[in-house]
Design a protein around this ligand. Structure first.
Ligand code: ADP
Ligand code: ASP
Ligand code: MG
Length: 410
């Protein structure tokens, strides 16, 4: 008997009718002879509302208590899903992250799943239950409730699929699959039928929130076949697997816009060996992920060091940067939340040249100034001013002809 994991995102569960329609999908899989594990996110934008509620009381709530609060959203969804399946005359049981054996480290707000003790899950599956698990949450070694980062129900689903040896993991969302760019911003974006893990990994790390990047990383590591598909239609979705053995590559497969980064600059840092190491090891110790880094040419032995972090880490990164500025004798620290990052991605870039040039030209033609640049062998990113973000995404999408059928390009 095969096991299938189905994950439903917030919009797929936003109303009682949608919960019932998701329940029907779970039952259909069960009736097809599979064991079924369903992972639920919080309904609609409830996680945002919960965070907002806490912030009305305290500007920087305790991370532990914030996790306690955020975990509530998923707990509501799993109970409602179980109730819907019961109403449709099938057996189902809901489990919180802790009850499902999901053990994490203790970094509240962005904990990592360490292991899954699958005993309870296996027992319930063996009893013929459809098992419904709360996404996004787990418990640490002292039984504190943790959450695993925004969009965290995706990694919960993939980690469960890996731990239980699932045949596949279906990610149900509000789009027909992965597109060449966010279809809400670029209406001419095209649906991508098949994608390599590495491409989706880059795309999701670069701001395309259709799939959380850690989930793609786990899927790649454990060879979990992913299908990203719509909960509102029966279209086939995007199959994400290892395509690295295939020869047919387009240079650029997709473009992404990230509005969730803030730029921090430490001014007039002494330009000496070891300074960058000191700065970025202290930032890493605060568990803040740094994305793009730029150090300008030094003048009179002093240089400016700029880097970007996720907006939710801005205040923490600023605290660390201010401490560093004092320690290093820098002249000050600035932060800018008004930035965006536009990127193009494709594993074919490994063997094609001229991609960077085309991207810079597309931005120049739109009179969009580039603040920072970062590249890897399969992506190019430019940090720009936020108000230009959507226009930049559309321009880049057009420049690489992503709106055209490119299946015959290599
Ligand atoms: P869920 O609540 O199901 O987890 P999300 O809102 O997290 O859904 O992700 C789905 C959204 O991702 C879509 O509504 C779409 O606007 C956005 N998105 C961004 N980039 C892409 C892309 N390249 N392809 C498809 N959707 C994208
Ligand atoms: N509810 C959580 C969030 O909004 C997790 C998820 O949706 O995947 O980030
Ligand atoms: Mg999501």
């Amino acid at each position: 008997m095969a096991l299938v994991v189905q994950k439903f995102g917030g919009s797929s569960l936003a109303t009682p009718e949608r919960v019932i329609s998701a329940a029907r999908r779970a039952i259909a899989q069960f009736q097809a002879g599979n064991q079924v594990v369903v992972v639920c996110s919080a309904q609609g934008d409830q996680t945002d509302q919960l965070i907002n509620l806490a912030q009305q009381i305290h500007e920087r709530p305790s991370p532990r208590e914030l996790d306690m609060l955020k975990a509530v959203g998923e707990q509501m969804s799993i109970a409602l899903m179980a109730i819907a399946i019961h109403k449709l005359a099938h057996e189902a049981i809901s489990l919180t992250g802790a009850q499902a054996g999901i053990r994490t480290d203790s970094f509240h707000g962005k904990a990592k799943i360490k292991r899954i003790d699958t005993r309870r899950l296996q027992q319930e599956l063996a009893r013929g239950q459809i098992v419904i698990v709360a996404g996004f949450q787990g418990v640490d070694s002292e039984d504190n409730i943790t959450t695993i980062g925004r969009g965290g129900s995706d990694p919960t689903a993939v980690a469960l699929a890996a731990a239980l040896g699932a045949e596949r993991c279906d990610i149900f969302t509000d789009v027909d699959g992965v597109y060449t760019a966010d279809p809400r911003i670029v209406p001419e974006a095209r649906w991508i039928p098949r994608m390599d893990y590495d491409e989706l990994l880059e795309l999701s790390s670069l701001g395309a929130k259709v799939m959380q990047s850690r989930a793609v990383e786990l899927a790649k590591r454990f060879g979990v076949a992913l299908r990203v598909r719509s909960s509102f239609s029966d279209s086939e979705g995007t199959l994400v697997t290892d395509l690295s053995g295939e020869m047919e590559y387009v240079d650029v497969r997709a473009a992404a816009l990230d509005l969730n980064e803030a730029k921090i600059t430490i001014r007039h840092v002494p330009d000496q060996p070891g300074v960058a190491a000191t700065i970025f090891s202290e930032i890493a110790r605060a568990n803040v992920n740094v994305d793009v880094i730029v150090q300008n040419v030094s003048e009179r032995g002093l240089a400016d060091v700029s880097f970007t972090v996720m907006k939710e880490d801005r205040l923490l990164a600023l605290d660390v940067a201010r401490g560093l500025a004092e320690k290093l004798g820098a002249s000050g620290v600035e932060s800018d939340e008004n930035t965006a990052k536009v990127s193009v991605i494709g594993i074919g870039m490994r063997s094609h040249s001229g991609v960077a040039e085309r991207m810079f030209r597309a931005l120049a033609d739109e009179q969009i100034n580039i603040l920072m640049i970062s590249t890897s062998e399969i992506k190019i990113s430019c940090v720009i001013e936020a108000p230009n973000g959507e226009r930049a995404l559309r321009a880049v999408h057009r420049a690489f002809q992503l709106d055209k059928d490119n299946s015959d390009r290599t």
